[in-house]
Design a protein around this ligand. Structure first.
Ligand code: XIL
Length: 778
């Protein structure tokens, strides 16, 4: 195999490898809606064959859609002596990019490193003037050819404060904290259409540095500083774990900013051991996938694409190609991840409706035009369907939220669309509207419920004339009040059939409707219609898609899963809530991966009693409402009590799912629930004994309605008890995986799922039957 040759002499393939590759990175990236790029150097890009490297030029041209000058735009290169500008090397790169229709990320205007000696000698007004001139001249020189700038690079300490002291504290110490605001303002003045970034490393998880940056950026935005994006450098090792990356990207994106991976590289550890290149590929893949998972992540840039020209050449060999341009597994992994694309085409409008208070419901979609909705006072900030989520609450009389006329036309009604929403109806009285959009005279669609059934109604024309009845599809499933339900309405224009879904299940398809639906241009209403029909109850996560979603996607949107940790070589949460898990002591303990129950390597997490795995971002479920926990566990031993899952409570966990060691071989699984007043722990003990070595499937359920606790072992009920109330989990707490004061787990854990509902026996059997022992011969 080619990769085994890494490190020994590799013969350059006779044909250009890029041309031979099935699917170029840049095309796949374009289809996925991101750019793929690399840091490049002017010398090998030089068109003069005596200077340049034809293979390098070919590969960059074929595969990349964005370039970053690795060093050529740094201050010591562009203005080595005061007033003596030299853009020649940078121009080579920009010219190449121009010819090959690539964008250029301008890197970087303000950094404590790569400063020419004359700048280091300045201070005060002189330094400030020099900085302004540097920014203005550099940005102006390139004009629209460089439309993205890393204005400020690496301003923070690992602790999250601005660097100060020594050479690294140069800017803050000599100019004060203001230097960041001013740099962005000067760059903006020099090119008002450029996208301006702050670029940083060590922010790929919820680190003190990421939190410090978050506060810094919030301050910049509050002061009206023109900042548009955050660059995540992402220099990593083959052993790095990126479970928090998507969340961290999303946190900054939620401030309304673009985000980008700007300097991706994955260094091999030396001596290269075992599957070093496979691990390197994993990290490349995770990073690319994290970017794709965040709609506002616009690009993935590697810090060099071949070890031939890399700041980390062999043996660290951090790039995707050997020094002979032979693709490593990392290249194929990035290609595969790009080919899979973004997880799902984005909604054109998405009101999460989880504002804590106030009257503005933010549109969290990645649509170029956002449609914030003005909510009636008091309608926002009510209890949501999960801890930390808030919801809109309509009074059924006069409450609602509307987009502004100037920002109208949140969706087009004359082409396919899907409306997806979570609601908790408070009553079934009257005609209650969940969402509608205005035409000139009538609503272009109305989605709501009346007479205890959900409906989608679309009038044939924008007229109030009697005799023009709207086309209306009703659900057969009745409206259930007092609980959270997912409902979706689909207008599938090409097929002409409307569809309704209740809790992810399709209702019988509607009749053929007139496909010449008219386009409305009016405001979008949440929880009401222009005709004064108001919703009574709670609304959360209302999304509008400009396409007919297939039933599989609707099912995913309606999923009762509120946390999903598959531990497939990472600790990320694959549910909608993205509460990634991480090692509590990740600075000192490396994560280990185990073979899962299907004999697949690195698809389960291995715990030795010292790894403390917690979920992040708040409690994943309400423990004082009905819930279910599902987990696969393989004990290494039964020598002591060991906890599989536990949640944060005030002093005692609201539940423990754990091993209870007995005498002899009489070890049992127990599910313990703390009652609502915190005075008593009620225990369901398994009839089945717990054994070391075997993969075991555990499910624990508690029903708020009946108080029933059930413990299932390998798909069948093995223990029950009753407790009428259950203690609440701490809202900002975590789910502890394989860890608690009662004893950390020694063994392996896989596929942790949490549900905010009681699973039924068939659902639990189905989860167990995902175990296919026949396929697995260890
Ligand atoms: C590096 C270059 O790759 C090297 O060639 C140079 O000697 C030093 O700088 N973070 C950054 C980049 O923002 O500018 C750095 O680039 C790598 C770390």
């Amino acid at each position: 195999m080619l990769f085994a040759l890494l490190g020994s002499a590799i013969v350059v393939p006779a044909t250009n490898p890029a041309a031979a590759a099935p699917g170029r990175l840049r095309d796949l990236a374009q289809a996925a809606g991101v750019k793929i790029g690399s840091a490049v150097r002017a010398a090998p890009l030089n068109p003069d064959p005596a200077v340049g490297d034809e293979d390098y030029r070919d590969w960059a041209r074929e595969q990349l859609s964005t370039l970053t000058a690795e060093n050529e735009l740094k201050w010591d290169h562009v203005e080595p002596a005061r007033g003596r500008f030299n853009f020649a090397a940078a121009d080579t790169i920009v010219q190449f990019a121009h010819e090959t229709e690539q964008t250029v990320r301008g890197h970087t205007l303000v950094w404590h490193s790569a400063l020419p000696a004359w700048v280091s000698a300045l201070s005060g007004d002189q330094l400030e003037a020099a900085l302004q001139t540097h920014i203005t001249s550099t940005v102006s020189h390139f004009g629209s050819d460089v439309a993205i700038w890393d204005v400020v690079n690496e301003p923070l300490n690992d602790s999250g404060s601005l660097r100060s002291g020594g050479s690294q504290g140069f800017w803050k110490d000599r100019l004060g904290e203001d230097y960041i605001d001013e740099s962005f303002r000067w760059a903006h003045a020099a090119n008002p259409t450029a996208r301006l970034y702050l670029n940083e490393y060590g922010i790929e998880s919820d680190s003190p540095k990421a939190r410090g940056l978050y506060e810094l950026v919030k301050g910049l935005l509050a002061r009206g500083v023109p900042i548009h994006g955050i660059g995540f450098q992402t220099h990593k090792l083959e052993t790095s774990r990126l479970s928090g990356l998507a969340d961290s990207l999303r946190r900054f994106a939620d401030l309304g900013l673009e985000v980008a991976i700007t300097e991706l590289g994955v260094k091999l550890l030396t001596p290269a051991g075992g599957d070093s290149l496979g691990r390197q590929a994993d990290v490349y893949g995770w990073v690319t996938a994290a970017c794709l998972a965040v709609p506002r992540c616009v690009s993935v840039t590697a810090w060099g694409f071949t070890d031939r020209y890399s700041w980390i050449p062999a043996p660290g060999a951090a790039t995707m190609l050997t020094d002979q341009y032979v693709p490593k597994p990392a290249y194929y992994r990035v290609r595969d991840v790009l080919a899979a694309g973004r997880p799902a085409a984005d909604p054109v409008a998405a009101w999460r409706l989880d504002e804590p208070a106030g009257t503005i419901a933010t549109d969290a979609s990645s649509s170029p035009q956002r449609h914030p909705a003005q909510a009636d006072p008091g309608a926002l900030g009510h209890e949501g369907r999960q801890p930390f989520l808030r919801a809109f609450k309509g009074n059924g009389i006069d409450s609602g939220a509307t987009t502004a006329p100037a920002e109208s036309n949140a969706m087009r009604t004359n082409v396919s669309y899907t409306l997806s929403v979570w609601i908790k109806p408070a009553s079934t009285t009257g005609d209650q509207v969940i969402a509608s959009q205005d035409g000139a005279n009538v609503s272009a669609f109305t989605f709501g419920h009346t007479d205890g059934r959900y409906y989608l109604a679309v009038p044939l024309a924008d007229t109030t004339d009697a005799g023009v009845d709207p086309q209306r599809l009703f659900s057969q499933t009745p409206v259930v009040i007092g609980q959270w339900n997912h409902v979706a309405a689909v207008w599938d224009n090409p097929s002409g059939h409307p569809r309704l879904y209740v809790n992810g299940v399709a209702e019988p398809e509607g009749p053929l409707w007139n496909r010449e639906t008219w386009a409305s241009t009016g405001i979008f209403h949440i929880g009401e219609s222009r005709a004064g029909q108001h919703f009574h109850g709670s609304i959360s996560d209302l999304r509008v898609y400009q396409r007919a979603l297939p039933s599989t996607e609707i099912k995913a949107l309606a999923s009762p899963v509120v946390g999903q940790w598959g531990f497939d070589g990472h600790t990320g949460d694959d549910s909608w809530f993205h509460r990634d898990a991480a090692a509590r002591n990740d600075a000192t303990v490396a994560l280990l991966w185990a073979t899962d129950r299907k004999c697949q390597a690195n698809k389960a997490i291995s715990l030795t009693g010292t790894q403390l795995i917690d979920t992040r971002g708040g409690a994943p479920l309400f423990t004082d409402r009905s819930y279910s926990l599902s987990v696969w566990v393989q004990l290494a031993d039964t020598d002591s009590d060991q906890v599989v899952l536990a949640a944060d409570g005030t002093s005692i966990s609201p539940f423990y799912l754990r091993l209870k060691r007995g005498t002899g071989d009489d070890h049992r699984w127990i599910f313990a629930v703390l009652n609502g007043s915190g005075t008593q722990q009620v225990v369901a003990t398994s009839e089945q004994k717990a054994e070391a070595g075997a993969w075991t499937h555990l499910v624990a359920t508690w029903s708020m309605e009946t108080g029933q606790m059930q413990l299932f072992v390998d798909g069948t009920v093995s223990g029950t008890n009753t407790v009428l109330s259950s203690a609440a989990a701490t809202e900002n707490g975590s789910l502890h995986i394989g860890v608690s004061q009662l004893g950390n787990l020694r063994g392996a854990i896989d596929d942790v799922l949490v549900y905010q509902q009681v699973l039924t026996q068939p659902e639990i059997s189905a989860l167990y039957l995902q175990y296919e022992p026949s396929r697995c011969q260890p």
